[in-house]
Design a protein around this ligand. Structure first.
Ligand code: F6P
Length: 357
């Protein structure tokens, strides 16, 4: 039986989204002869009349699409259907309008590519419709539970690592402390992985309580050993685990990276510079790992719909593509395990995490 399935990308974009859409639409077409409808701008397109959606032409799913950053369907992280931001500043429940728009597409199933927040919203939105829904985890933050990897994380780590590679020589040339602030929302996955791969001296993450004095002591120790520069990586939410924020009374900088550079400059006497990497981490050509993950997830998501399944998320676990009930994913967030392999590896390499250990 010919079916029509929908796919949308929701939340902050990341590398590997186009590869995911391509894989799902190709599997639907080649494996089952199904049509894939791409919903535009996450759930926002569902508010348009007619609904903003396109039939994805299987002849246009060239391999080059898998290399492209961004998402050709568009995305949003500002359109909560249950508390939709209105022009006058109020919030309105527009879930009914969205569902009505969804029904007009006459779909037999929907694939949502998103982080845990987006998957939660989509699951709640679709509940009254009975439409089978499969989630694919994507986020540079890699904080989705029940999957070791989310699409986009590998690329973000590669970019953060490359940033450290580039900061090291300039830092060494000028005998500076170079501070790199990376994204990750409330988790330090990008920071800890890039710290190891890029040879940082210090890594500050929200999961490990840190104290400025310990960072200063570590830099002093490096100096005593003959080093004249230092590389510090800090996760955007690491301020949450700062044991003594603004302890010296200076005005906090506009970002944790900038304020940390100022504090280190005062405390060490060394020149310090901050780089806030920002959205650069989301915008690149995906790494091979992200393309592989995207391909495996896209195929499995369609296969699950073909098996008549719904309310599940695909994931990567122990070298396998798995699927888990969405209820085991939503409302939870996977942060860096303080006793896990990455933290232990970082410590073993002498990377200072700013704590007492
Ligand atoms: O969740 C992905 C992410 O890039 C976070 O790492 C970051 O905190 C946030 O989105 C940035 O959001 P925005 O694109 O709205 O600035």
């Amino acid at each position: 039986m010919t079916k029509r399935i929908g796919i949308l990308t929701s939340g902050g974009d990341c590398a590997g989204l186009n590869a995911t859409i391509r894989a799902a639409a190709r599997r639907a077409h080649l494996g089952y002869g199904w049509t894939t409808v791409g919903l535009r701008y996450g759930t926002l397109g569902l508010l348009q009349r007619p609904v903003d959606a396109i039939i994805i032409d299987p002849n246009r799913l060239e391999p080059s699409l898998a290399r492209q950053g961004g998402t050709f369907l568009g995305s949003t992280n500002r359109g909560d259907p249950f508390a939709f931001p209105m022009p006058d500043g109020s919030r309105k429940d527009r879930s009914g309008e969205m569902l009505e728009g969804l029904r007009s597409l006459e779909l037999d199933g929907l694939i949502g590519v998103g982080g845990d927040g987006s998957l939660d919203i989509l699951r709640r939105l679709l509940a009254p419709s009975g439409l089978p829904f499969i989630g694919i985890p994507k986020t540079i933050d890699n904080d989705v539970t029940n999957t070791e990897r989310a699409v986009g994380y590998s690329t973000a780590v590669a970019i953060a690592t490359e940033a450290l590679d580039r900061l090291q020589p300039t830092g060494a040339s000028h005998e500076r402390v170079m501070v790199l602030e990376v994204m990750g929302r409330d988790a330090g996955h990008i920071a800890i992985a890039a710290a190891i791969a890029g040879g940082a001296d210090v890594a500050l993450i929200p999961e490990v309580r840190w104290h400025l004095d310990r960072v200063v002591a570590h830099i002093a120790q490096l100096r005593a050993g003959g080093r004249t520069s230092a590389l510090v990586i800090v996760a955007e939410a690491a301020g949450q685990s700062d044991e003594a924020p603004d302890v010296r009374g200076e005005a906090p900088g506009p970002s944790i990276g900038e304020s940390l550079a100022l504090r280190l400059m005062k405390a060490t006497g060394a020149e310090a510079r901050a780089t806030v990497l920002g959205h650069v981490q989301r915008g690149a050509m995906p790494t091979a790992e992200d393309r592989l993950l995207a391909a495996a997830f896209g195929v499995r998501a369609v296969d699950l719909l073909a098996e008549g399944k719904g309310d599940r998320m695909v994931g990567w676990w122990n070298r396998q593509v798995i699927d888990v009930p969405l209820e085991k994913v939503v409302g939870r967030s996977r942060t860096v395990d303080e006793r896990g392999a990455l933290v232990r590896t970082a410590r073993a390499l002498g990377i200072c995490l700013g704590d007492a250990v």
